[in-house]
Unconditional design. Sequence first.
Length: 554
Amino acid sequence: MTLTVVIGGTRSGKSARAEWLALETGLPVRYVATADAADPAMATRIAAHVASRPASWTTVQASPTLAEAFGEGEGTCVLLDGLGPWIATALHVAGVFDAPGDDDVLARVREDVLGHVDRAAHAALRAGATIVVAEQAGAGLLPPDPGARAWLDLLGEATQRFAARAAHVELVVAGRSVALGAPAGSAAASEDGGCPEPRAAPERRTATACHDRPDDLAGLRHHGDRDVRPGDADHAVNVVAGGPPRWLREALGAALDVDVGSYPDDTGASEAIATLHGREPAEIVATNGAAEALWLLPAALRPRLAACVHPGFTESEAALRAHGIPVVRVQRDPDRGFALDPSDVPDAADLVIVGNPASPSGTLDPAHALLALRRPGRVVVVDEAFMDLVPGEPGSLVRERLDDVVVVRSLTKSLAIPGLRAGYAVTATPCAERLRAVRPPWSANALALAALTATARHPEALAAIAARVVSERDDLARRLRAVAGLRTWPSATNFCLVEVADGAALVAALRARDIAVRPAASFPGLDARHVRLTARDPRSNARLVAAIEDALAT
């Protein structure tokens, strides 16, 4: 349970900032309004505020006993906007503005208001998350009117009392937010009087299957290649074993002789990939691996709120956060087979990124579930980096000509060329042009372009690789199902996700046996119990599973 205070002047953008913070929690939002709509001009402003908020939000009017606003807030995000109008109403009801010089009235209402504030601040901590918007009204001259001075004094005291309990306080100026540090004079303040280190953003709580928790960016950028030492049996990296096929090696050799002496030109590769997928060349954006395509999205699309479906490839979220884009996490439910539920995505998200098949669960979602993510004003990005490992590619959207869908593909896994970095995005021409506009020049090198071109001309070879992957994965899945103490899920690609009571101990035991596997705790929504296992040939699978059984037994 966290409390956040957002402070700002009139038209500073404080309400908009608070609403974004509420959306980021992923929780159902209970909007507590405090303004009085009796004045026609104020009624117009209130109506505009209401129209801008998501229709799914619940709006209630603040009562004189402010704590009631938070009394039923467990499992929700309560947004109080704002503190100043509520105090003004309390002063008006008490008659302060009618008898501004009556010290007894002022003392009584001050005690009453601050008592309600203290109780409300305590009640706020019972909600899943609470955001209080307060007016920064004391930066000018002291008002000559006693009633206005009373309002200003009470607003300042009440804001401080909320802030004293808050995990996070922000000041909004001209639409820009600044995180405020510890109170002046406190032990947490900077010892040399300089700017304190900014506080971390408040922790977000899970709402059904949707949540957003801030993680260390380095954790999002952990990948399986870090878990493999020289000489290890590699069940951590999800690249098909055996290296590039002969026909690809020949194409790369020819490109090395002819093409590397010139700057790369992706025209031919775009035409070949377009033919493969039944698209137009202008709809193909060749990239330095699928990861670069995902990193182009924040700069090209500039979303206001992005939703990342997890557990999934974490570079998408890392890219968004690096560009300062607010991110909400939509969690797949392991008890429902990690199936995608489009209704879990907040309506306000104007960019949604989802993997299909998803890593590390191997979940393959049907096309209709992905298409249900579409909304006016939203772009849906489907990361199909593993799709060419699925025979027939069911659920793929790569052939769908939709203005609001981007499909990202990779050759890394199927052709065993992770060092070559060959990927591409497929989308409608206007969106493709936006991606190209922010893509570094000569991003896809000559060898990668040769790989794209050659692959597009060998669909039968890709189909054979996919069939081999199915055989190897089925062999591993069958062996894993026979191991007591392991929970497994169906997978459509070349790896299996398992859950065990002590995953860290299992990983260490396998490492001691020179077997590398992928700990899955860095995937949002998973923890140290989860481990991803890449399927290999039956003999290698048998060795892996035997080592797992031995580790669990000891």
